[in-house]
Unconditional design. Structure first.
Ligand code: ATP
Ligand code: MG
Length: 342
């Protein structure tokens, strides 16, 4: 039971819009910071090759998906040339040996192999930049979902800005750290994309549902179809609703908070960006969890699976408070930073 929101004013909407735009300009990395990441990657690759001559390293996650922060971690995937895949046992052996090798790198510290996780990784800290990173092996689906997110980011700048705003909001409300029982950045990004697909008129299409052939093309990776439409130049002619939505980022941000607190029925429906029609928790047999977010490729993967009941309530409360804070026009604004309070 939510309190009704007071009427919105154009002045407040304009401030809201500025705050959203500001999030993006304040947190997005510049060209130099982007190239530093590539540089670290190349350096690590040549270092790792001393031990594993066929190693190829690739960045993924927010270094590549268009929603990276200056301080976002470096997500790196390693593969060995001429080898298609790796089994769990060998994966752990290589992760441990990779960790021993990285410990000799003078530019890194805090090397930590984590072999018990679903995706085994070696964590590291890059001293000169202060960036943290991890290397995983054959994390192929993650490379594909990174490309999918990057394509959505490239369609409309509002997508990018809104995903930044969502990530800042999640960090500020302390609901954005999967390692501490909440949801990952990736999960929140999927929530933003789903909202933008369901908005009327939609801001973005469902790229996995656009194809000229009668049947959806099959591109199988780890047994899942990773096909999506990526010829974005031709999107205006392939998607009739292209550029129909003209809302501002501020309007969309408030729209998103209202969508997830007023309209979307978490008990019935799945946050699902691979199809436009509603997918039910019943269809998926995922009725024991309240927040259900389906991975766009690995359809057995619910990103909300790890949430406790308490954490679920905490996240929902953050959205409800967000709706009130951003949905209630005020004339006088509190200072942005404590130093402005004098
Ligand atoms: P951040 O800027 O917070 O680092 P990120 O998108 O890089 O954002 P990470 O948690 O570092 O988020 O995850 C890196 C990448 O790994 C994601 O972009 C996604 O491709 C993949 N990934 C992360 N968590 C999951 C998950 N639970 N299921 C599937 N893929 C995931
Ligand atoms: Mg990351």
């Amino acid at each position: 039971d939510l309190d009704p929101l007071p009427p919105m004013t154009p002045e407040f909407l304009s401030v809201l819009n500025k705050v959203c735009e500001q999030c993006y300009t304040d947190f997005a990395p510049d060209e130099l910071e982007v190239s530093v990441r590539e540089h670290i990657l190349r350096d690590l690759e040549s270092f790792v090759r001393r031990q594993f001559p066929g190693a190829r390293l690739q960045l993924f996650g927010s270094s590549k998906n268009g929603f990276g922060f200056r301080q976002s971690d470096l997500d790196i995937c390693m593969v060995l040339e001429g080898q298609e895949s790796i089994d769990d046992g060998n994966c752990i052996i290589i992760i441990e040996s990779l960790a021993r090798q990285l410990k000799k790198h003078p530019g890194l510290k805090n090397i930590l192999p984590i072999t018990t996780a679903k995706v085994p990784i070696v964590k590291f800290y890059h001293i000169r930049t202060g960036l943290e990173g991890d290397i995983s092996l054959y994390n192929t689906l993650a490379l594909h979902n990174t490309r999918l997110l990057a394509s959505y980011a490239a369609i409309d700048r509002r997508v990018k800005i809104l995903c930044y705003v969502m990530k800042v909001f999640a960090k500020m409300c302390d609901i954005g750290d999967a390692s501490r029982g909440s949801l990952s950045s990736y999960a929140y990004t999927l929530m933003v994309l789903f909202f933008l697909q369901q908005r009327s008129p939609p801001v973005i299409p469902v790229l996995q549902e656009i194809y000229d052939a009668k049947k959806k093309p099959q591109v199988l990776v780890d047994g899942w179809n990773v096909y999506f439409f990526h010829d974005l130049k031709t999107l205006p002619s392939c998607w009739p609703q292209y550029a129909k939505n003209t809302e501002t980022v501020g309007e969309l941000w408030l729209g998103l908070l209202r969508f997830y607190t007023e309209d979307f029925d978490f008990r019935e429906h799945v946050v699902c960006i691979r199809q436009h029609s509603r997918l039910t928790t019943f269809n998926k047999q995922w009725t024991s969890k309240y927040i259900v977010i389906e991975d766009p490729f690995d359809l057995n993967h619910n990103l909300g699976a790890g949430l406790s009941r308490k954490m679920t309530n905490f996240i929902m409360k953050a959205f409800i408070n967000g709706r009130t804070v951003f949905g209630t026009p005020i004339k006088v604004f509190p200072p942005l930073y404590p130093s402005q309070m004098e």
